[in-house]
Design a protein around this ligand. Structure first.
Ligand SMILES: [Zn+2]
Length: 103
């Protein structure tokens, strides 16, 4: 019955979507969209395609979450004018990013 497990169905569905829907983007394209998405630079259509992928793809949700965390930390460090230079990136952050990218 493993074929009919949720994961199996989702994976199959994702494969079908990527194959048959022109508007679907791949995980690779998703990564290229991330920064522009967070900066609000995507058109409405691009954003809906992006969010579709996000809903369908757990890997990319994790990737986005890790990416957001990186941005937040970077922003927090860069924002104050006299902020000390961060010469070490927190190790758990690196792990989170590597983990998200592994899939
Ligand atoms: Zn994906």
């Amino acid at each position: 019955m493993t074929l009919f497990s949720t994961t199996g169905v989702r994976r199959w569905l994702k494969g079908m979507m990527l194959k048959h829907m022109h508007r679907m983007i791949t995980c690779r394209e998703f990564e290229e969209f991330v920064l522009r998405y967070l900066e609000g630079e995507l058109s409405d259509r691009q954003r809906s395609v992006f969010e579709w992928h996000l809903r369908l793809c757990r890997e990319c949700r994790e990737y986005l979450a890790a990416y957001k965390r990186t941005l937040e930390i970077t922003t927090a460090v860069m924002a104050p004018p006299n902020a000390p230079v961060l010469d070490e990136v927190p190790e758990d952050l690196i792990k989170a990013i590597l983990e998200a990218r592994k899939h």
